[in-house]
Design a binder for this molecule. Structure first.
Ligand code: SAM
Length: 395
């Protein structure tokens, strides 16, 4: 597929290049922020220290750098202003009978935020952003980079040191937000992909718990499979509010979604470790959201082997008997008039396709391309399965 036809088939790919983002994923973080106010625009000082896991090529880090360091805001604040104007316009149309539907649609057209209306730059004080990935990443303004595997136990110490250079352990400062866009190389075998993805999620969560302040937020990519309610229940042990969100820039055809966890409540006396994740019984009782919020701390108990378990009072245990489940609340987010990730758009006359903003510095496929070039043709015979291309034997 040529650059131009990709521009046509993927509006976010085109927009990313036009707006100087290293990857179209930037829009996913921006749309999650629009919905959940991840960067706390009302209280900017409560979001200044952030860890970006699985960060390469770096578009999420670019968003962090532009919001926290440069003080830009293209998510929540602009969206809120637009919504309040929309409410005013709708109110006006219902109060004045003469206010025709044409007038309302004119009002709606005027809702575009002009340059003057855009919030002014507000750089935040004492910003610290650490970005971690297996792959090297081209440098970015104000971002501390770490090339590391988030599933390796040594990464915890390296991350803590990067966040707190020259500080003794007792002086370590915690962070406000941990985000993780980690994804393995997808095989197309859904069960396998979901399994590997959930390992990345647990590693991200373990790292997050080591550094998050009480009240902090955690956002991570998940693949929606049959275990999504279980993941939700495990996260509910640690965060007061948990949502599964699908930004509009994430293709509807993809099983990708994001868990957005707010208000971290640490479990006293429990320190997580890789390979010792939070645990809940396989069947999870049905509870109303209000009841979940009121779960007392004693219901989260620490087993001898260090695993945390949720124990249930009598009433919930009865529900468990009836095989009810805890169902994760699901939210689609992103402005309704934003681009549809699954649509093909007609490009304007004379459209010139731009090059990607930052090609990967050391992509994993580089070696294969090099070998293909040296051998003067295809590297390896490929056997087509349902969805994956698997290299079966080298020539
Ligand atoms: N958020 C990034 C951005 O906006 O540019 C895109 C992330 S990309 C979808 C997924 C990344 O996960 C890849 O760069 C990959 O190297 C990284 N990754 C996968 N497994 C990892 C692991 N075990 N440790 C660290 N990074 C990992």
């Amino acid at each position: 597929m040529g650059k131009s036809s990709k521009d046509k088939r993927d509006a976010y790919y085109r927009l990313a290049k036009e707006q100087n983002w290293r990857a179209r994923s930037a829009f996913k973080l921006i749309q999650l922020d629009e919905q959940f106010d991840l960067f706390s625009y009302q209280q900017p000082t409560s979001c200044t220290r952030v860890v970006d896991l699985c960060a390469a090529p770096g578009s999420w880090s670019q968003v962090l750098s532009r919001v926290l360091i440069r003080g830009e805001s293209f998510g929540r604040r602009a969206w809120m202003e637009k919504m309040s104007k929309l409410v005013t316009a709708v109110k006006a149309s219902s109060e004045q009978t003469q206010h025709s539907s044409t007038a309302l649609s004119q009002d709606m057209e005027e809702l575009e935020i002009s340059e003057d209306e855009k919030p002014k730059l507000q750089p935040r004080p004492n910003v610290k952003i650490v970005a971690i990935d297996l792959q090297p990443m081209a440098p970015l303004e104000g971002i501390i980079q770490l090339q590391a595997d988030i599933t390796h136990p040594s990464t915890v110490g390296r991350m803590l040191a990067a966040l707190n250079p020259e500080k003794a352990e007792e002086e370590f400062e915690l962070v406000d937000l941990v985000i993780s866009d980690g994804a393995p190389d997808v095989t197309g075998l859904h069960d396998l992909d979901i399994h590997i993805q959930s390992q990345l999620l647990y590693s991200a969560l373990t790292l997050a718990i080591r550094v998050l302040r009480p009240g902090g937020k955690f956002v991570a990519k998940i693949f929606r499979g049959k275990d999504v309610d279980l993941i939700y229940a495990q996260l509910k042990l640690l965060f007061k509010r948990v949502h599964i969100a699908k930004p509009r820039s994430s293709r509807a055809s993809s099983i990708e979604a994001f868990v957005v966890c707010e208000d971290y409540t640490p479990i006293p006396g429990w320190s997580p470790a890789l390979g010792r994740p939070v645990n809940v019984p396989e069947q999870i009782p049905a509870m109303m959201d209000e009841e979940i919020r009121q779960l007392p701390e004693q219901t989260r108990t620490i087993r001898e082997d260090g695993v945390v378990e949720l124990t249930f009072p009598r009433r919930e245990a009865d529900n468990l008997q009836r095989h009810k489940r805890w169902v994760a609340p699901f939210l689609a987010c992103g402005d309704l008039d934003s681009w549809d990730a699954d649509a093909t758009y007609k490009l304007p006359e004379g459209h010139v396709s731009l090059d990607p903003v930052q090609p990967p510095t050391a992509p994993p496929y580089k070696d294969a391309i090099e070998r293909k070039r040296q051998e003067g043709g295809m590297y390896g015979k490929t056997k087509k399965t349902n969805q994956a291309q698997i290299v079966t034997q080298p020539w």
